[in-house]
Design a protein around this ligand. Structure first.
Ligand code: HEM
Length: 154
């Protein structure tokens, strides 16, 4: 039954795990020649903010919406940055490396849903960052689910 299936937020281990993920991810970003220039002005609380965003996306508390400016703030953060395909690709690579490094659950169900969101989200971020981007129709933080492979089905 759907109500017995934990959220991805619960499955991953909650806010603390996502904070470890983004700390490790931005540690890599800061050393990366393709990404460091894009992030040179990020604030010290940026990794924490992205962890809060991911928590909300994966079915945890709606803290990014309630306290950090919600979907519109995220959209504004990417606007006009003209993210290039090779930068998006590197962003995804470093995120998946960080996921392994901090020991995110490695089961097929979790990882396929996680990668799906990372692919979708990074492509949306790149599209919305282009100078000629169409205004987003979405207003709210997306909530991601398990898709075709919820736990306990295999
Ligand atoms: C699933 C994909 C992504 C998610 C969930 C995401 C999430 C976010 C969030 C929530 C913020 C705002 C943080 C805040 O509230 O302070 C942000 C800012 C930003 N993101 Fe992303 N992002 C994604 C993909 C990307 C990609 C692919 C790039 C570039 C390769 C990128 C570059 C940036 C930059 C440059 C900022 C602003 C940093 C600053 O404050 O100086 N993002 N992102």
């Amino acid at each position: 039954m759907a109500e017995d299936i934990p959220t991805m937020y619960e499955w991953v281990g909650g806010a603390k795990t996502l904070e470890r993920l983004t700390e490790e991810f931005y540690r890599r970003v800061r050393k990366d020649e393709l990404l460091a220039p894009l992030f040179q002005y990020m604030t010290d609380d940026h990794p924490q903010h992205v962890a809060t965003w991911l928590g909300e996306v994966f079915g945890g508390p709606a803290t990014y919406t309630e306290e950090l400016g919600g979907f519109r703030r995220m959209l504004k953060s990417h606007r006009g940055r003209a993210i290039q395909p090779e930068q998006r690709q590197r962003w995804v690579t470093l995120m998946l490396e960080a996921a392994d490094e901090v020991g995110l659950p490695s089961d097929s169900e979790f990882r396929s849903a996680f990668v799906a969101y990372i692919e979708w989200g990074s492509r949306r971020a790149m599209a919305n960052s282009q100078p000629d981007a169409q205004p987003s129709r979405r207003e709210t933080v997306p909530v991601w689910g398990w898709g075709e492979s919820p736990p306990g089905k295999a």
